[in-house]
Design a protein around this ligand. Structure first.
Ligand code: SAH
Length: 269
């Protein structure tokens, strides 16, 4: 595999949502061939266990509120390792092209004359749909799928196009949206989505600790505070997501609380 991964080059590798069985064969091969792996906090333990003991690992992980290294430092580390002749894997949760800041790393590497390539991974939204037994697109209900980041910067309101997001014929997936749940619910309803629109909350997708909850848009913020603690969470909104709740194939640990009454969710607070 010398051609695939020469010394002094970098692969940005998608680690998938956590379960090592959801890693691509190529990703696994690159992890075995690397001499050093820089990995994010969201990369699952099971995936890290596939890295041979002889390969150096460096945690550069960012989780909201718990930054360990800033992006410029990560870029510098990647460039320095490649220029020192290492075979560098930059391992990222999910797919590197979805809210993964992959282009900043690629630009820094390209500027330093380092060859960089990307190995895709399964993004959290795909894995959540699979676990819940639903489809993100659905004939007649969701002709469009959109991914949005709801990452909050302090107390500043989210700068999102709510009119575009509030499309009743679309499945919308919010990444990094846990602390913005109330804002998401309020803005989507104000932009015209019904409060009864199905919502799927998906925490720790594909891990043993996975939790899925069906709720509705007007209950979103109470559901998030009662259900999600500080786990990685997706907020998925749209009519297509209700379908799984009617299917008998619900995965283990699957909670069907979509029709939970407001009183009982409030009590959980
Ligand atoms: N590149 C990643 C997303 C990185 S942004 C991907 O393609 O999946 C980080 C956000 O992704 C988290 O805040 C959370 O919203 C979501 N996420 C990542 N892994 C997850 C998981 N296993 N379960 C639920 N959400 C997850």
């Amino acid at each position: 595999m010398a051609d695939e991964f020469p010394a002094g080059s970098v692969w940005l590798v998608g680690a998938g949502p956590g379960d090592p069985d959801l890693l691509t064969r190529k990703a696994e091969r690159l992890l075995r061939t690397a001499s050093i792996v820089f990995y994010d906090a969201l990369v699952g333990e099971g995936v890290l266990a596939l890295i041979p003991a002889s390969v150096r690992r460096v945690a550069v992980g960012k989780r909201s509120g718990r930054h360990s290294k800033d992006q410029a430092t990560i870029n510098d580390l990647l460039v320095a390792a490649a220029c020192a002749g290492e075979r560098v894997v930059r391992l990222k949760g999910g797919d590197p092209s979805i809210f993964g800041r992959s282009m900043e790393e690629c630009a820094a590497l390209a500027q330093a004359g380092v060859r960089v390539r990307i190995c895709p991974g399964i993004t959290a939204a795909s894995a959540a749909a699979a676990s819940a037994g639903v489809s993100l697109s659905l004939r007649g209900l969701a002709r469009r799928v959109q991914f949005a980041t709801a990452h909050k910067r302090g107390d500043a309101p989210l700068d999102l196009d709510w009119a575009a997001l509030a499309d009743p014929h679309c499945t919308t997936v919010f990444y990094m949206g846990r602390s913005a749940a109330a804002e998401i619910s309020r803005n989507l309803t104000a932009a015209g989505l019904s409060g009864a629109t199905p919502v799927l909350l998906a925490c720790d997708v594909s891990l043993a600790s996975e939790r899925l909850l069906h709720t509705r848009l007007d209950l979103l913020h109470v559901a998030v505070s009662a259900f999600c603690d500080d786990r990685p969470t997706l907020i998925m909104v749209g009519e297509a997501l209700a379908a799984g709740g009617r299917m008998p194939m619900a995965a283990s640990g699957y909670d069907l609380l979509r029709d939970v009454k407001l009183e009982s969710t409030s009590r959980a607070l």
